[in-house]
Design a protein around this ligand. Structure first.
Ligand code: FMN
Length: 194
């Protein structure tokens, strides 16, 4: 997104194109990394959830993007507290910030966790032979005190996927020529005061 786009529909398309670039598989640089080889800064998002009336938030790696469906996919451990929070309260907010782009996305999302079924098993089949599989194979659940006994825990994959359907996207563009902000949702898009 180099030139400053002026039309809201172009800006919205450009946002989703940037998100798709985050998850695109890129060839390893043959020699000497350049700036362009750095991971896209929107690749790591902050997901805020509601925990019994209390706000909670954490960093997550963006894994898949379906721009047409306005759908984002994250991977997690099915036993992690965020999974219980989402099951109790599916509203969430995602924050993406890129210093390079000078842009923040604040996205209101509806969340859903999948722990079984074809969508989960097909992704796990690909993941389980990779180094990343160990994140979902620990006998202890995330957040469990390390000094607690392990006797009642089984060792199996606990891979789960979090689906986030974007409802509104609040786009903030920080720029020396003037900041800009727009809110885009099912009822259309509009410019708002930054
Ligand atoms: C850069 C970064 C990327 C992370 N990516 C993930 C991820 O993709 N999935 C995940 O479950 N946790 C990820 N984590 C760990 C989470 O931020 C969090 O600590 C963990 O999932 C427990 O969260 P919870 O207690 O809210 O369930 C990441 C942390 C960092 C710092």
């Amino acid at each position: 997104m180099n030139a400053r786009l002026q039309e809201l529909d172009e800006i919205e398309a450009s946002i989703w194109s940037e998100l798709e670039q985050c998850v695109a598989v890129r060839p390893r640089p043959e020699s000497g990394e350049t700036d362009a080889d750095q991971p896209h800064e929107w690749r790591v998002a902050v997901l805020a959830t509601v925990d019994d009336g209390q706000a909670d938030a954490r960093s997550l790696v963006l894994r898949e993007v379906d721009a047409a469906e306005r759908r984002l996919i994250f991977y997690t451990d099915a036993r992690s507290p965020k999974v219980r929070q989402i099951e109790q309260s599916p509203q969430g907010t995602l924050i993406f910030y890129s210093r390079k782009l000078g842009q923040q996305l604040r996205m209101q999302v509806r969340l859903n966790v999948e722990t079984t079924g074809l969508a989960v098993s097909s992704r796990w089949a690909k993941l389980q032979t990779s180094a990343g599989a160990r994140d979902y194979l620990s006998v202890a659940a995330p957040g469990r005190p390390l000094d607690a006994p392990l006797s009642d825990l089984g060792a199996r994959g606990h891979f789960a996927m979090i689906e986030a359907m974007a409802e509104t996207v609040d786009w903030l563009d920080l720029h020396p020529d003037g900041h800009r902000r727009a809110v885009m949702g099912a009822n259309g898009s509009r410019w708002v005061q930054p």
